[in-house]
Design a protein around this ligand. Sequence first.
Ligand SMILES: N[C@@H](CCC[C@H](N)C(=O)O)C(=O)O
Length: 287
Amino acid sequence: MKLKFTKMHGAGNDFVVIDAINQRIDFTPEQWKRLGDRRFGIGADQMLVVEKPTRPGCDFRYRIFNSDGGEVEQCGNGARAFAKFVSEKGLTDRSSISVETMAGVIAPRLEADGSVTVDMGAPVLDPALVPFDAEGLRGVAEGRDVLWPLTLELAGDKETVLVSVVSMGNPHAVQLVADVDSAPVELTGPLIEHHPRFPRRVNAGFMQLLDRKHIRLRVFERGVGETLACGTGTCAAVVAGIRRGLLDSPVRVDARGGQLSIAWEGEGQPVWLTGPAVTVFEGEIEI
Ligand SMILES: N[C@@H](CCC[C@H](N)C(=O)O)C(=O)O
């Protein structure tokens, strides 16, 4: 079959976006992986699927597949691309929409300057629900957060890193580093992603503080590898920084692919993510 798609990005986190309202989509994990492959397919960090909603009150259903072919719960940069896509394709004439995801309902809004703001919902802070297995571990209290020691095996040596664990619908482990440019993202990212304490694997965030309202961030994403930006990773890092008493909302986040902004008023409150969403090209592929 021929599949129509749109290539988009949000701060360099890139997507293949597919209208599954006007096309029939029923792909295997191998087919999703092929679409995401930069040599044998189109190439993207995630494939985003636009469907009719199944929940009353929602405008759309949003499904997300990582480039390894696995379906996941949430994608923040993708949510902004999703909102721009449904507007540009005339699938809605509303600038604020309600979108059903595997992890609950999120609410993107198109801004007058072309950026998109998303109500990403409240973060989940109970380690068991992230999910993170804290059994037998002693956490270190800092502000309202608890830092958990993760032991990593590095070429025969053991190294312990302290992480905050946060779910934005998907799991994140965020650590503070002195300098993101020299942080061992490629080396320790995969070890954190596959650490046995995270039964569903995890996205590994590396956060550098610049001041109380400004950070730099790199994220080694579950099912992808390092991306140029990660929206949910950005939300998780800022939530962790605010809970640790290191940051004040709103916070500007510099990712390698662009700039995002996060506002969070504290526990039980939604996280607001603002940033760019850009259409790159339209295409068609035989699948
Ligand atoms: N790029 C995303 C996150 C996509 C999903 C993630 N890799 C996972 O497996 O949870 C974002 O912008 O949030």
